[in-house]
Every structure is written in C-alpha cells, then in structure tokens.
Design a protein around this ligand. Structure first.
Ligand SMILES: *Cc1c(COP(=O)(O)O)cnc(C)c1O
Length: 397
C-alpha cells in the first residue's frame, strides 16, 4: 500500500546523489583544538585560513575569563526568553557596551546573526512593503526578506544606477506610505569588497527609503574606533538600522541591532526570534562584552594594525601572481576559480600540504564562481603568509 508514496529514504538518497554528482556534497569536519590560526582536524595540524575570528579573540584569555566568571556567578543556561526571566545583567551590560562602541542610543542582542536578520526584517515589513537587497547579500538576509512577505527586489552587486532605477519604479507605482527597506552588507562575506555606503545613503534619502547595513565583517576592523565602516564613513546618524554579529571579530556568538531607542524597544516587542527564543547563556554575552572591550583598547588597535599589515603583504604577493584583487578591501581574500572541480582540487592540494582553506561553492556563492575564500587573522605571522603564498602558487599551477 504505502510503497507508492514517496519514502523519505528515497528522497534523501536522490538528493544526496544529485549533490554528489555536481560536486556540491558537503560534510562536517571535527576540529579537535581551540579556534586559532593553527587547528587540529582529524589528528592533523593545519594552518587555518578559513575562520572569521579576524582578531584572534575567540580563544583570547580575557574573553575566556569573562565567560568563566559569568558561569560562576549566573550558571550556564538562561532558562527562559529575555522577556520572561532570562534577561541577565551580562545581557544588559553587553548592550550598553555595544551602544558605547557604535555610538548609538540603544542596542539589542540576539542569539545569532541569522536570528537578528529574520527577527528584525520580518517585524518591520509586511506584504504592503518592499525590500531592496544587494544581490550578494548573506543568505539570512535573503531568507528574512522572503519570510517578511514584502515585495522582494534585488539590485546588481554594488550597482547604484540599478538600485536607483528600482527605487524610482517602486516610488512611482505605490503610495508614499509604502515602506521601502534597502539592505546591504558593508563588507561582503564571500567577496571581501565594500559597499558604496555613502552613495546608498544618499539614494535612500532621496527616495524616502530606510537603510539596514549588516556589518558582520567590518565590526572590529574599520574606523578609528574599529566600530565598522559606518564609523569610518561617518554615517552613523544616517543609517536607521545597524546590524552586526558577535561571533566573528568579537570572538563570541550572537548578533545585534543598534540604532534609535525607539527601534530597539519596538524589536523587544515585535521581533519574533527575540521574543520566542530562550536568551543566550549569560556567559556568552559576558564573553562578547570582553571581546568588544579588547577591540576598543590599545591591544585591539594593535591587533587590527597587525591584521592589515598581513593582509597587505598577502595581497602584494598575490598581485605578483597576477591575481586581480582590485576590489578586495578587507580581511577576506577570494581566489575565484570558477568550477567546483578546480576549486575542490586546489583546496584538497592545500589541505594535503597543511593549509585549511575550504572550497566555497554554490549556493553560498553564485554558480560558476566557486572559490577559495582565504581569511587572515591577527594571530597569523608574516611567515604563515609567506608559506601560504608559496603553497597557493603550487596549488594554482
Ligand atoms: C555570518 C553572517 C551572518 C550570520 O551571523 P551568525 O551570527 O553567524 O548567525 C549574517 N550576515 C553576514 C553578512 C554574515 O557574514
């Protein structure tokens, strides 16, 4: 009887085969050491060039100590959502620290960057509104846009004239009460290039839109106080919704929104991923606060300077190999090879030689743009960079 229906085992096997055939099958690797520029996977040591722990704070003694002290004081689990009885002192202290760091009125932390994007976008927009996204926006921003039910428009990556024509069309075809939200990253996660934020701000003002900027890969790296690209470009007063993650340069886990107090109070009431989710463990918030404190200190300044020196050295050696990096302006260096097969082979070769650099493929990046995504950390040494350049030269031959 039941044999004529689609069995889940058959479905899963069919899907697996399809991914394997396209060289898109992925699996987990167990890391047996701390997050660092050196890691151990399956008993073998690697130089790690794949982490977003740009400043080497994920296993910094002060970050770990802050978490340990918070565990001793508050235990581990938060026990309930923030609005019930899960809003602990470390959560509030973290949010004050974020405000101070980003120079905004208020901030709200979430359990992840993904939950931040979904909760925020879905609470602000509905089917009568429109959302205009850069084509290379992170998957969680795209999913959030879809889930909101708003009309979804995508502009060509960093293309201001395409963005303007979409805004013009949206304004012509609807009443002025329609909300239009523009969403972009400040540093793009898979390409390492930066958005023309100042021009985007001008366009959103011209067309009466709102702007949400995801600073996941810029927080801790850009600006005099290392608060992000918005700080560097002095746009704080002109961006309605600033987003970031606590799990990258900050070295902990979670995501946040910062901006006006009225925005944060609204999200506390309406962002479903905030309201209906158990609060992150207080120790995670304490670790994030410690990470931000390091970033803002003299040590943070030095770590960022070290990082940029390493990035520049690496870019220099790649330009000698005729790899075009003219758009790359961050600690993310993509080596775009195109085919999945070629990228997997290069990644495999590097792995055999002790370098951990995974092949990034569709759907993380568009089809035929498979790449090695190399990320540099302040914990790397100039010698690490030299060895990497040599290995890449051999891998790409
Ligand atoms: C990593 C990332 C996120 C998601 O943040 P998590 O805290 O990892 O969930 C969101 N946006 C961008 C651009 C990212 O790179």
């Amino acid at each position: 009887m039941t044999s004529e229906f689609f069995r889940i085992d058959d479905f899963l096997e069919q899907e697996r085969q399809e991914l394997v055939n396209q060289e898109l099958w992925r699996s987990l690797r167990e890391v047996q050491s701390a997050q660092s520029s050196r890691i151990i996977i399956d008993g073998k040591p690697y130089l790690n060039f794949s982490s977003n722990d740009y400043l080497g704070l994920a296993n910094h003694p002060k970050v770990m100590q802050a978490a340990i002290e918070a565990i001793q004081k508050y235990g581990f689990g938060a026990g309930a959502s923030r609005l019930i009885c899960g809003s602990f002192k470390p959560h509030h202290e973290l949010e004050l620290e974020i405000c101070d760091f980003k120079q905004t009125e208020a901030a709200l932390s979430f359990s992840s960057g993904c939950a931040t994007a979904v909760g925020t976008i879905c609470s602000l927009l509905n089917k009568d509104d429109a959302i205009v996204l850069d084509r290379l926006s992170h998957a969680c921003l795209i999913d959030a846009a879809r889930m909101s039910g708003a009309k979804l428009c995508v502009f060509k990556h960093n293309d201001l004239s395409n963005l303007e024509s979409i805004l013009k069309r949206l304004r012509k075809s609807a009443d002025s009460k329609r909300k239009i939200l523009i969403v972009t990253e400040s540093v793009f996660s898979m390409d390492g290039d930066i958005a023309p934020l100042k021009d985007i701000v001008e366009l959103k003002e011209k067309y009466g839109a709102w702007l949400m900027v995801d600073e996941a890969h810029a927080t801790g790296l850009f600006g005099v106080n290392r608060a992000g690209l918005i700080e560097e470009l002095d746009l704080r007063e002109r961006v309605e919704i600033q987003m970031g993650t606590l799990g990258k340069a900050i070295g902990s886990a979670g995501g946040f929104i910062c901006g006006k107090k009225s925005l944060v109070e609204y999200l506390i009431n309406r962002a479903r991923s905030f309201v209906y989710s158990t609060a992150p463990p207080p120790c995670v918030a304490a670790a994030a606060k410690a990470g931000i404190e390091i970033i803002r200190s003299e040590e943070g300044k030095q770590r960022t300077a070290t990082l940029w020196n390493l990035v520049n050295e690496f870019k220099q050696s790649l330009s000698e190999m005729d790899i075009d990096l003219s758009n790359v302006n961050s600690a993310i260096i993509p080596i775009i090879l195109g085919s999945n097969e070629r990228t997997l082979k290069a990644s495999q070769f590097l792995s055999e030689n002790g370098f951990f650099i995974p092949a990034i493929r569709f759907p993380t990046v568009p089809k035929n743009t498979a790449r090695l995504r190399i990320t540099i950390s302040a914990n790397h040494t100039p010698e690490d960079i030299r060895l990497l350049s040599l290995a890449l030269k051999a891998a790409l031959n």
